[in-house]
Design a protein around this ligand. Structure first.
Ligand code: SF4
Length: 418
């Protein structure tokens, strides 16, 4: 049985979900920001990987989750390993199995996509680095024909598809985005398309600068003309929708040691990789200057949410249910990671919180809420943050923010335990 390098698993603190970080890649993107590209990690067969994943999840969650994301590096370079991994996840009861890929191998091997579908893959996120062949070759070292072919195959399959592009001013900008959007729309205008901003600070080669908010907005408007399911990225957040700086996640290494890490740790990992492989002077100073450009990223979340909400409303109009997700820290109280509330017409965050108190009792109120004695107004305790469709309610109308059927509320704890 073939072995692949596993760098670590990442476990979500929001709800049971596991990422597999596999090492090695068949591309050499100039702007690569992934240390896993260069191989390394612990060599394991697919069944050894699954066995360690199961132990890691049992130790942390007390159960095996139903959502897995397979990423890297490039996960598709060993077909036998990947098929065994996906089959194994399906056999263990995983319901959502997502592959994050550059698509190249899937386009070369005619049987790869159908075999992945049969194995149980439910979703693929394909990076389309550029539409123009010469730009793609210059940036990745490989032709984009197989990538385009993989996208066609996935679009025609039962695997849900998301295509992503990194906006790089002067290289992959409005013109490329328009060509990509036209190509995707010709396959299926409902394809989900995400545009991510280039983060020059972490790039292997600083091929360009980071885009401005205005450039991202223009690219978004252009893509939207062809693809109504366009969003601008939140992908630089480790997981939707938590903004930094309070975000952390659980890293489990192949020897099952555990570390809680955050954006700063990830930045350090990338910067130390860059210093090692590029001997790039000044990377740390760059990082200090740019600091992830939180303003740009927060603004992008706003744009993205408008779009996501628009389509959600279009697709699910009238289902009248509001999904509420709880942090690990509340699971002892709620006995569940999420629930749904009835919502005919509209309510507010305050109304939703009252419904949760009715459902989970006064203990929920004491833990999460503060009641202003003077006017009975409900506030969220400082140790919790509440997000409505990805936006912190502090940036909306607080507990007076309106909630409608099909909305999603996520409660996060700043002190959620592991
Ligand atoms: S960006 Fe992704 S596809 Fe490109 S070299 Fe890095 S890991 Fe490989």
């Amino acid at each position: 049985m073939n072995k692949r390098g596993l760098l670590y698993f990442t476990l979500s603190e929001i709800e049971p979900r596991v990422w597999f970080m596999l090492t090695g890649c068949n591309f050499r993107c100039r702007g690569c920001f992934r240390p896993a590209r260069d191989g390394g990690g612990t060599l394991l067969t697919a069944s050894e990987t699954l066995e360690r994943m199961e132990r890691a999840c049992q130790n942390y969650y007390g159960e095996v989750p139903v959502e897995a994301m397979i990423t890297g590096g490039e996960p598709t370079t060993d077909k036998e390993y990947l098929l065994s991994l996906v089959k194994g996840l399906k056999a263990k009861g995983f319901e959502k199995i997502v592959l994050m890929t550059n698509g190249y191998e899937l386009g070369i091997d005619e049987e790869y996509v159908p075999e992945l579908e049969e194995a149980g893959l439910t979703e693929a996120h394909v990076d389309l680095k550029a539409y123009s062949e010469d730009v793609h070759r210059w940036y990745t070292g490989k032709s984009n024909k197989p990538v385009l072919s993989a996208i066609e195959k996935l679009s025609a399959s039962g695997i849900e598809l998301l295509v992503q592009t990194i906006y790089m001013p002067g290289i992959v900008d409005e013109g490329e985005v328009e060509q990509i959007a036209t190509f995707l729309a010709s396959l299926n205008p409902k394809i989900r398309y995400r545009i991510n901003p280039f983060a020059s600070v972490f790039a292997y080669e600083k091929v360009t600068r980071r885009p401005t908010l205005e450039e991202m907005e223009r690219a978004y408007e252009i893509a939207l003309k062809y693809l109504p399911n366009t969003i601008i990225s939140r992908s630089c957040y480790r997981e939707y929708p938590t903004p930094p700086p309070q975000k952390t996640w659980i890293t489990v290494y192949p020897d099952l040691t555990v570390e809680r890490r955050g954006m700063k740790d990830q930045a350090e990992e990338r910067l130390s990789w860059l210093s090692r492989v590029r001997l790039r002077e000044g990377v740390v100073e760059d990082w200090q200057k740019e600091e992830w450009d939180f303003t740009l990223r927060h603004s992008l979340v706003g744009i993205s949410e408008l779009s996501a909400k628009h389509y959600k409303a279009q697709e699910d109009a009238g289902s009248g249910r509001v999904k509420v997700k709880f942090p690990q820290a509340l699971h002892g109280l709620t006995k569940t990671g999420w629930t749904e509330l009835d919502c005919d017409g509209s309510t507010t965050i305050e109304g939703a919180m009252k419904s949760l108190v009715e459902r989970y009792g006064e203990k929920f109120s004491e833990t999460v809420l503060e009641v202003d004695g003077a006017n009975g107004e409900i506030k969220i305790k400082r140790s919790f943050n509440v997000y409505l469709n990805g936006m912190n309610i502090k940036n909306l109308r607080g507990t007076k923010s309106e909630v409608h059927g099909n909305d999603e509320i996520i409660i996060l704890s700043w002190v959620s335990g592991g």
